[in-house]
Design a protein around this ligand. Structure first.
Ligand SMILES: [Zn+2]
Length: 178
């Protein structure tokens, strides 16, 4: 699984639409990140921007959420991959109530969800607030989610599992309202 394949999967499965979302991986002192304003489903390797951990751009035009990625990597040595999506139900439900883990899989892959009130996308304030959180996944209220992993695969699994759990939360809400 590589970053381009993950971009296509997220786009094809509608975890991002239009030019939303961004992904990065960290290899040593280098961060590979999707470019600003791009459609994740149509990227290739040459489009990826490369940035050093101190923020120095080596190549390309990094995502407008570069600061969010950098600040997380600077604070959390264990994080090697970050996926930011606009997953529909995770974002919608997570903006209004806490998402409960309803299955073994949910509890296994997502130990803690953090919640951050709406702050301007791409802003330094948002980057700082998100990097203070210690969740596996961070809900950016009325915006999207940020999934962290020790690997790209782990972060990707969290995106999918969280959305599944959000669906189960919605089903419970619907059944309980009958
Ligand atoms: Zn976003």
């Amino acid at each position: 699984m590589n970053i381009i394949e993950v971009c296509k999967a997220l786009y094809n499965r509608k975890y991002v639409v239009g030019s939303g979302g961004n992904i990065s991986i960290r290899e040593g002192d280098r961060i590979y990140i999707t470019p600003t304003g791009s459609i994740l489903g149509f990227l290739d390797w040459n489009d990826l921007a490369i940035v050093k951990l101190n923020g120095e751009v080596v190549r390309g035009k990094p995502s407008s959420e570069l600061n969010l990625h950098l600040k997380i990597y600077q604070k959390r040595e264990d994080v090697k991959a970050i996926i930011h999506t606009h997953s529909l139900l995770s974002t919608y439900i997570g903006s209004r109530r806490e998402i409960e883990m309803k299955t073994f899989e949910g509890k296994h892959f997502i130990k803690k969800i953090s919640y951050v009130d709406f702050l301007e996308p791409g802003s330094l304030e948002l980057a700082e607030e998100v990097s203070k959180q210690d969740g596996d996944v961070i809900i950016l209220k009325d915006h999207g989610i940020v999934a962290l992993g020790k690997s790209l695969e782990e972060a990707y699994i969290k995106v999918e599992v969280l959305e599944e759990q959000a669906k189960l939360n919605l089903l419970d809400l619907l059944l309980n309202s009958l």
